[in-house]
Design a protein around this ligand. Sequence first.
Ligand code: TLP
Length: 363
Amino acid sequence: MSTASSSLFITLFVERGILMYIIDLRSDTITKPTPAMRQAMAAAEVGDDVFNEDPTIHRLEEMAAGRLGKEAGLFVASGTMGNLVSLLAQCGRGDEVILGDSAHTCVNEQGGMAALGGIHPRVVRNRPDGTLDLADVAAAIRSDNIHYPRTRLVTVENTQNLCSGAALTVEYMAALGRLARERGLLVHVDGARIFNAAVALGVGVKELVADADSVTFCLSKGLAAPVGSVVCGRVAFIAEARRARKVVGGGMRQAGVLAAAGIVALEQMVDRLAEDHANARTLAAGLAELPGIQVDDVPVRTNILYFRFSRPDMTAGELVARLAERGVRMLALGPGRIRAVTNYHVTAGDIETALATFRAVLA
Ligand code: TLP
């Protein structure tokens, strides 16, 4: 998909009676389905997926598993549900999961593994490059002792959202896999943006997840599908994940209409992620030149960047509000911190416009 086609999706909002052109950098979750997706959705063959009879969902699940080099796939409603059912399927009550302090599963999923699964989270620090130090992981693994929970699984996020969308490399994943195998742990990858990682690193997604027992990836972020994620892994794991999906209320019926968009996402929307990455780099470079702004000290490799804003007369929240009044949307995350995420609807020209809007607001 070219940049030209994304301009078909210009977002216009009526603000105070004025038609406004919106450059929405709050998240890649805001992306709307492409015309090809809408056509595929309208034409999709469907069936009752709880009876395992939806042919379009079957196609998506097979395609996803094939792309990731896994035996089977399971279509789920969201990334949060994908992570949750992956953990519920592989860990029992009282088991322990090692995860990073910046992981979405740690910060943004209401502690679902503990709340719904009785799974104990063991949190280690994420390094700025998104990885967990393998020495920290090794040190966190419990010995066999009647006082301790049993360490069952380690999970990492790729790309790592809160670490500026950092991409964890094939080498790191292989080393984590070796440690996990030696110590009898399973590996789950929250690959909400795994295709961004593969494109940024110039590697196949299969290589990136070769050592994972389970992977969740999202269709509804940079790939622009309206709804859904896919969990992939071995056949026996997927059977358990299907049970877990049902108990959390995620058994969808004629959801082939959604899966149809997911198929188009996998077929047409992966390679163009490089455009989002280039736009994020341009935005980061432009922002870094502005007074009062400090872009997080990590090279922007994918589509997410964070920056700090400090000026005596304006808070980050006020800056974000003033930008929004002029049609540029970003997210203020706590005092002084702002996030921007490039996506399918944001062109290279929009990045220049966004930077000009910053300059005007800060002048
Ligand atoms: N991330 C959202 C927000 O929840 C923060 C965003 O705008 O980035 N894993 C990762 C790494 C994610 O970034 C997200 C969503 C999820 C899982 C959850 O996906 P959904 O929103 O589909 O449940």
